[in-house]
Design a protein around this ligand. Structure first.
Ligand code: UDP
Length: 235
């Protein structure tokens, strides 16, 4: 039995990307799609926010001479492309998937409403929340926290390349300490680079636990949904 009934999964856009980190690649995304299918197979109501960093990322792209707002819009459009791709990958895996966008985007995607999303989830569809929050100056981490609050999710599952939250960058500092559990406040005050502050604050205000876990370890996503000790729990 899954411990969590309704989960919002946050994936970085890079999770779908080709080897050079750009665009989408079905073969490279397949192991991840398989992990998602295992979670859906538990009967968990699943919503997914995919980032857009494999197409465009605001802060880095502002060096190109474009306006911050324009690059943020481009980043959000990237998340729509990723969501359309992931919906197809999920359908190829035998799942039913529905893209819902933060903004009007006919005919590419339906507009997100909490009620509409819940109806799809209850009908067994995986819902892909595209277009971020619809506002610049946010990230897709914040979009995941926002959508989770709106649909009354039990958990935000943040898939990453590392196996949890550390007191410093574990790649640069091999002696870094990993937390099994940590509070929202400790994440915020320690400026631990795990999710942006807006996302953490929104989860804190809504009592929404976050599990940060390694998406490359097979079976991990299912273990998170089952409530097993995986990664770091922020609560
Ligand atoms: N973005 C935004 N508002 C949002 C979500 C995303 O402006 O609500 C833009 C922002 O420029 C961000 C980009 O979209 O850098 C891609 O999202 P993110 O960096 O979160 O993607 P990821 O790193 O997870 O692939």
């Amino acid at each position: 039995m899954p411990q969590f009934k309704r989960v919002v999964l946050k994936l970085s856009g890079e999770a779908l990307a080709a080897a050079d980190g750009f665009g989408v690649d079905a073969d490279r995304a397949r192991p991840l799609v398989n992990e998602i299918a295992q979670v859906a197979g538990l009967g968990v109501e699943l919503g997914i926010v995919v980032g857009g960093g494999n197409f465009f990322r605001g802060l880095r792209a502002s060096a190109t001479g474009l306006r911050r707002i324009s690059v943020d819009y481009m980043g959000m459009l990237g998340t729509v492309m990723n969501s359309l791709a992931l919906a197809d990958f999920l359908k190829d895996e035998g799942l039913d998937a529905q893209v819902m966008s933060a903004t009007e985007m006919q005919p590419f995607a339906e507009r997100f409403t909490p009620r509409g999303a819940l109806a799809y989830m209850r009908a067994g569809k995986v819902v892909l929340f595209a277009g971020g929050t619809g506002s610049p100056f946010f990230s897709t981490d914040s979009a995941a926290a926002l959508r989770a609050a709106e649909i009354g999710a039990d958990l935000v599952a943040k898939a990453t390349k590392v196996d949890g939250v550390y007191d410093r960058d574990p790649i640069r500092f091999p002696e870094a300490k990993r937390y099994d559990k940590i509070s929202y406040l400790e994440v915020l005050s320690g400026r631990l680079a795990v999710m942006d502050t807006a996302a953490i604050a929104l989860c804190q205000e809504n009592n929404l636990p976050i599990v940060v876990f390694d998406m490359n370890a097979p079976g991990n996503m299912k273990r998170v949904a089952l409530g097993e000790k995986v990664g770091t729990l922020i609560s």
